[in-house]
Structures are given as structure tokens and as C-alpha cells.
Design a protein around this ligand. Sequence first.
Ligand SMILES: NC(=O)c1ccc[n+]([C@@H]2O[C@H](COP(=O)([O-])OP(=O)(O)OC[C@H]3O[C@@H](n4cnc5c(N)ncnc54)[C@H](OP(=O)(O)O)[C@@H]3O)[C@@H](O)[C@H]2O)c1
Length: 251
Amino acid sequence: MKIIVIGGTGLIGSKLVEKLRKDGHEPLAASLDTGVNTLTGEGLAEALEGAQVVVDVANAPAWDDAAVLHFFETSSRNLLAAETAAGVGHHVALSVVGTDRLPESGYFRAKAAQEDLVKAGPIPYTIVRATQFFEFIGRIADSSTDGNTVRLSPALVQPEAADDLAGALADVAVGAPLNDTVELAGPEAFRLDELARRVLSASNDPRQVTADVHARYFGAELDDRSLTPRDDARIAPTRFEDWLSQSARYS
Ligand SMILES: NC(=O)c1ccc[n+]([C@@H]2O[C@H](COP(=O)([O-])OP(=O)(O)OC[C@H]3O[C@@H](n4cnc5c(N)ncnc54)[C@H](OP(=O)(O)O)[C@@H]3O)[C@@H](O)[C@H]2O)c1
């Protein structure tokens, strides 16, 4: 099956391409690096020729409110139009658990706009909402750092390994379109500040993590329901401590 992975050179995209190839499919990584620009449409028609499925795991290069909204809206419109012309039968979009609950955040408003376009669009679809990747916790800490202090909400999160998400996306991509949204989360819940503390301490990072219920997460205050999954979420297998010891071994 020819499957186009938009953002196929990124963190999730490269793992997904590798998994699909291992499973015997024909994945094509489409991104700026491979001559495909979803914002301008450049290279899209050529990349989509003969494709049955498109998985969109691209991410915006800049996350200020206007730029990120422009990225997800324009990219989604261009993609859906190119998929219609190419006769693609399944559009899979990667979104974030909590996208419908965090309108204070420009990033989450942009993901909601992406989801709305996919749902209203002409291509049968599946939206996969994932929780935070373990690999992303460091970037969350960076975005909340002031000097030597990382100020983070103690809200509950249920993070997952990027490898598990790539595996789940590969299964969804080769399955029938659900015309629905599914959620994927990790096997354990943590307080966000505590999780960041553990990630920083594992890499001997000297920054101090402080819990602050008013600390904003990409623009939004959080509570224990903001980023946690629905009861029917699929649960990824890898536990945080196992991931941490594996990543320490390879870093
Ligand atoms: N971070 C989390 O914890 C989390 C949780 C749930 C869901 N998600 C979602 O996961 C998705 C992927 O995240 P990621 O961290 O894997 O992203 P990433 O590593 O930053 O990769 C982004 C990809 O998008 C591509 N890209 C950027 N602009 C493009 C354009 N104009 N045209 C074509 N391709 C373009 C990049 O291509 P180049 O490399 O060629 O520039 C790269 O392949 C995002 O949609 C995000 O919302 C993230």
C-alpha cells in the first residue's frame, strides 16, 4: 500500500515511515526536506500520485498564535484538495488529547481548526489524538524556563513513548477510515511538574522545577482534566521508567 507520511522526516514521522516499511508497505516521507511544502502546495501532486493513504504528522515551525493557525489551516486545506485530485481514500491526522478543552492556547486552537477541516472535508478520515510524548517533556520544560527555574502546572498528564504512537498510527493507517476520533495515552498518569523534574534530573540538568497551578501550558492554564484521555482511550505499553532507562542507555 502506498502511504504518504506528511512530516515524515520529523520525530513521529520518521518512526512511522520506518514501521510501515518494516511491515511491508511503501511509505513516502513528504516534507520540506524531500521537496514537499504543504503551505505552498509545492510537490504535493507528484508525491500523492497513486497513494491510497495520507498520514499528516507535520508540525508548524513557529508556534506564535497567528503563525501556527496559518500553518495548520493552510496545510490542511492544501492537503485535502490534493488528496481529492489524487483519489486518496483515507486521511489520518495526528492531533493532541485535550484539543477541544484548551481554547485559551493558540496552539490548541490551531489543532482544533485542523481537526474541523478534516472532519468537514471530502476524504474519509481518522483523527488520532495522542498525549504528550516522553520525548517532548524536555521541550515543555524549556518553554517554561526562566533563568534556573522551570515553572510548571502540577496538572495530571498521561504521556507515552513516540515509538508506541508510531506503531498505533501505522495500524490506523492500514485500517479502514473510522470517520471518527480515537485517543492514545500512556499507561500511567503523572503530575506534569514531577515528570519534568524526573526528566531533567536524569540528564543532570541543574534547573529547579516549581509547581504553580497558574503556570500556563502553551498559553492555557491546566487542570487534571485538560490533558488526560477519555475512558475509552487506547493505552500504549511503554512505562516511563523503562523509556527513561532505555534512552539513557542510547544517549
Ligand atoms: N509533542 C507532543 O507531545 C505531541 C502530542 C500529541 C500530538 N502531537 C502532534 O504530533 C505532530 C508531529 O509532531 P513532531 O514532534 O513529530 O514534529 P516535528 O518533529 O517537529 O516534525 C515536523 C515535521 O513537519 C514537517 N514540516 C514542517 N513544515 C512543513 C511544510 N510546510 N510542508 C511539509 N512538511 C513540513 C517537517 O519537515 P522538515 O523536517 O523537512 O522541516 C518535519 O518533518 C504534530 O502535529 C503535533 O501536534 C505532538
